[in-house]
Design a protein around this ligand. Structure first.
Ligand SMILES: *Cc1c(COP(=O)(O)O)cnc(C)c1O
Length: 713
């Protein structure tokens, strides 16, 4: 944006490169910014827009004459141009009839990079990875989300282990956000408005370029709105119900109107999770306003709508009492085509409750609905049976598209280089084909182990530096610095428990038998380190206590400094951790994990997954590519389940995992461990790539709607 240093003509497209998130998943482009100014790259938190703001003009002038730099620059610009301009991507080749269609993808959060902190967790990561993959495949997709100027909170842990939330106003100038139709100097300018209660709330939008894909983020911080309305979307996932409802109206109703204001006319509308259900509502109202009967309008919306649900527990779905809906939709109900009773009925969970369930509404207004893993599909069919009461449970029309992750985003540089050498340069273009990864078998053990060690060293260096910074800044005392992993070292087996802190994920399962854990961790011949990271929801005291328990273990002298807690889990920390630990631990209470994706990222990097059979893991585990804790039986009470699973976990660690890791040849290479590492990389990479996922969405969810014959409902 405006305040950037003027760029020398020879390298003037640096700004364009920085303002397209494409840079974040292309090594050529990252190389441009790291070589431009490495200290600034680091200090800015890997933020090219900020680098261009802060860089001394003399350095830019110098770079414009530096042939080595220019070579990197030209290569990155060349790649960007050819990727954005060419029209022979997979989608155009596979489905030429549909290449000019538009698919709108609505989501309450998008995680593209840590420099744009408008995400909380897995749902956002999935949406961000999906946009990047859509760009890679040349899919005509446009994203719609909300702009949260304060985003989700930053986490700091106090000396007593209690989580503190810090909200910071985003400095828009150091983000890749491009205001849509803003007046000069303006940030977000009104493009349209929605009725909220009795008033109009004006909406503007920012554009984020994600390769070829455009993402529009609706914002309410525009002129004409009251101060409260300007703050309406300031934070993500507030616990206040009213604010939630209002934000979802802005996303759904507002998103439809923003696309219209921009003259974007989607033929497929995909809602990611129930937060987006007002998108369907507004389109039904439009249909009636245009003269259709309610039934026809509903049919028309349904026949062009896809819905993905992610939440396997009833309490996780947004439900608003009719009274509350009436209060905030009062003005909306007065608009032409808004048939209040009929619309509310579509969201009613059952006749007895006057509650509007966003997911039930979305399911009833979509022709195609899916869960996000095979196991989650069965859970979802059972949970939403009441929407189709006259069908058998297994005939409830909800399918599954198992989540996947965007390989270029999550794969360590060191592993990608290894693949370049051994799989051929084209491996990433074929990342969903199992044959691509067969050649991983040919990578010599010593090379693979060297790459694994390098990635792990990077993690431990980063942890140490953070501890150092915290200590040096005066914010941390010595104990806190140790708790951040200052005593970690790279040769010990390192386990990561890294995820949202919440009861069902059982972050403290490992502490079930604390003495046994101490024996495991302290063993002088086979030491074990455990690193925790993750946030608790600000309003969830119980989870904060779990977090505190994990933190206290890191302060316990008896653990020898081998337990650490890394603050402020975000995409940056995630990248370091999913690549750098040896074992990725996943212990949700079954079947609460719809899919989970962090374990996929770990496996692709050769980190071994140690997981209960929940979410995606039953589809991924093949007996040689990680470990499954415990059996598949479900009928236990929570205490028994914890007891059973923790014993199984200790046994696996003591009898199998730790001995395998420390079984070395005379050069220190653990051959049998690496067999598992290889198996994980070969089996998980193609099957759980975002590429496989995106192609399934296209072929199983979108195309049936674009092609005339609709499946029966
Ligand atoms: C991948 C990722 C998640 C999702 O992790 P799960 O625990 O597997 O659901 C959440 N947050 C961040 C920052 C991630 O990178």
């Amino acid at each position: 944006m405006a305040s950037e240093t003027a760029l020398p003509t020879r390298i003037e497209r640096l700004s364009e490169l920085a303002h397209n998130m494409w840079w974040s998943w292309h090594r050529s482009s990252r190389a441009v910014f790291t070589s431009l100014d490495y200290p600034l790259w680091s200090l800015s938190g890997h933020n090219p827009v900020k680098i261009l703001q802060d860089i001394p003009p003399a350095r830019l002038r110098q770079a414009a004459h530096d042939s080595a730099f220019l070579e990197l620059y030209d290569r990155a610009i060349g790649e960007l141009d050819s990727d954005v301009v060419r029209n022979d991507h997979w989608f155009a080749r596979a489905h030429p009839n549909h290449k000019n269609r538009t698919i709108a993808y609505f989501s309450a959060e998008f995680a593209l990079h840590n420099s744009l902190p408008i995400y909380a967790g897995g749902l956002g990561i999935l949406a961000g990875d999906l946009l990047k993959e859509a760009s890679d495949l040349g899919l005509p997709l446009v994203g719609v989300g909300l702009m949260y100027p304060q985003g989700y909170f930053q986490q700091q842990i106090g000396p007593d282990g209690w989580q503190q939330e810090v909200y910071r106003q985003l400095d828009f100038r150091s983000t890749p956000l491009l205001p849509v139709r803003a007046l000069p100097g303006g940030i977000c300018s009104p493009l349209t408005s929605i009725r909220l209660g009795e008033r109009d709330v004006y909406l503007g939008a920012y554009l984020v370029r994600v390769g070829r894909v455009e993402l529009y983020l609706v914002c309410t911080d525009v002129e004409g709105n009251s101060p409260e309305d300007r703050e309406l979307t300031s934070r993500l996932y507030t616990a206040e119900r009213v604010r939630r409802l209002q934000q979802e109206m802005v996303l759904g109703i507002g998103g439809v109107k923003i696309l219209e204001a921009l003259d974007i006319r989607p033929e497929i509308w995909h809602g990611n999770e129930g937060h987006t259900a007002f998108m369907m509502m507004e389109r039904i109202r439009r249909g009636v306003e245009e003269g259709r009967s309610f039934e026809d309008a509903l049919d028309k919306v349904r026949s062009s709508t896809v819905f993905t649900t992610h939440t396997p527990v009833p309490a996780g779905h947004d439900v608003f009492a009719f009274d509350m809906m009436d209060e905030h939709l009062r003005g909306y109900w007065q608009m032409e085509g808004a048939d209040r009773d009929a619309l509310l009925a579509l969201g009613q969970q059952d006749a007895a409750t006057h509650q509007f369930n966003m997911t039930a509404f979305a399911l009833r207004t979509s022709a195609k609905s899916n869960a996000v893993s095979k196991l989650h599909k069965a859970v979802t069919q059972k949970m939403w049976h009441m929407v189709w009461p006259d069908r058998k449970e297994e005939d409830v029309p909800i399918t599954h598209v198992t989540n996947g992750v965007h390989l270029p985003t999550w794969l360590a540089f060191e592993i990608a280089e290894l693949y370049d050498r051994h799989l051929g340069k084209q491996w990433s273009a074929h990342s969903d084909e199992p044959a691509t990864f067969d050649k991983v078998r040919n990578i010599p053990d010593r090379e693979l182990w060297a790459a694994r060690r390098e990635v792990k060293q990077k993690l431990i260096t980063a942890m140490t530096l953070r501890a150092q910074d915290c200590w040096a800044s005066g914010r941390c005392n010595g104990q806190q610095a140790l708790a951040m992993g200052a005593l970690f070292e790279p040769s010990s087996l390192t386990i990561g428990f890294v995820r949202r802190f919440t009861e069902y994920k059982r972050p403290t399962l490992l502490f079930q038998d604390i003495e046994r854990l101490k024996r495991i961790v302290k063993d002088p011949w086979s030491p074990v380190q455990i690193v925790f990271a993750g946030k608790s929801h600000p309003a969830d005291e119980a989870s904060k206590r779990l977090l505190q328990d994990a933190y206290r273990a890191s302060l316990d002298h008896d653990f020898f400094g081998r337990i650490a807690f890394v603050e402020d889990y975000d995409m940056h920390i995630a990248r370091l951790l999913v690549r750098g630990v040896d074992v990725w631990l996943n212990t949700p209470r079954r079947p609460r994990e719809a899919s989970g994706t962090s374990g996929m990222k770990a496996c692709m990097n050769g980190v071994l997954h140690l997981s209960v059979p929940d979410g995606w893991w039953p589809e991924g585990y093949n007996g040689t590519n990680g470990w499954t804790i415990s059996d598949e039986s479900l009928s236990w009470n929570p205490e028994q389940e914890d007891e059973r699973d923790s014993v199984a976990l200790y046994e696996l660690l003591e009898q199998e995992i730790i001995p395998l890791y420390y079984e070395r040849d005379r050069y220190g290479v653990p051959h049998r461990w690496l067999e598992r590492v290889r198996s994980a990389m070969i089996s998980i990479s193609p099957q759980f790539s975002a590429r496989r996922m995106m192609k399934e969405y296209v072929e199983e969810m979108y195309l049936p709607l674009l092609e005339p014959k609709l499946p029966p409902r």
